[in-house]
Design a protein around this ligand. Structure first.
Ligand SMILES: [Zn+2]
Length: 212
């Protein structure tokens, strides 16, 4: 095999690193899962089994990840390994659309989510560090922008009766005060406004007399 250049070695190291991280994450998750599944077993079987399963899963994932990344870094034209990497990315806005989603909540209110959905045409350019060959990969990607969530309250019935009662109470108090004032100051005011407060007012008597 041809000796790798500095660029190729760096690329190889980067691929190894990301494959190792990926394998380690999967290994830990699978190991914890095995610990949970083997919880009924003795501690030797439980911990020993979890370690073995974690190592195997981690190694399998590492190999698969390294292989797939190495394959995409291999130049199809000159056959150089670890030489092909992304050199450019261009994004063009293809469409922009306002979207809305309404979701009924258990309490009767409505959750309203609005956003702008943007579709981009993406062109990735890959360049071979060895022969300079360029290849492009074109695809579309969708992004949500300016996402906002508001809650529309449930349609409420008329205000509670407690408020109306409170208002009546206030009015009654004012009336009582007015009545007292009216009786102390003059007969005309007391007669017209303070029905309750009027003690033997002329206006009050006159009214009754007129009716009868
Ligand atoms: Zn090449």
């Amino acid at each position: 095999m041809v000796e790798l250049s500095q660029d190729q070695l760096e690329k190889q190291a980067a691929i190894k690193k990301s494959a190792t991280i990926f394998g380690a994450i999967v290994g830990v998750i699978v190991g914890l899962l095995a610990l949970w599944i083997l919880s009924g077993q003795g501690s030797a079987i439980r911990y020993g089994g979890a370690v073995v399963v974690a190592l195997v899963a981690g190694f399998v994932v590492y190999r698969a990840s390294f292989k797939s990344q190495a394959k995409s870094a291999l130049c199809e034209k000159c056959g150089a390994a670890f030489s092909r990497s992304r050199s450019d990315r261009s994004e063009t806005l293809a469409s922009s659309e306002a979207k809305e989603e309404r979701e009924e909540q258990p309490d009767g209110s409505t959750k309203v989510t609005t956003w702008t959905e943007e579709v981009y045409d993406v062109v990735d350019t890959y360049t071979c560090a060895n022969c300079g060959d360029e290849t492009t990969n074109t695809y579309q990607t969708t992004r949500r922008k300016d996402e906002e969530t508001t809650v529309e309250p449930a349609p409420k019935p008329e205000p509670a009766k407690g408020d109306a009662k409170g208002d009546e109470g206030v009015v009654a108090d004012k009336g009582a005060k007015g009545g007292r004032r009216g009786s102390s100051r003059g007969s005309t005011k007391g007669g017209s406004k303070g029905g309750k407060g009027g003690k033997g007012d002329e206006g009050g008597k006159g009214g009754k007399g007129g009716q009868g």
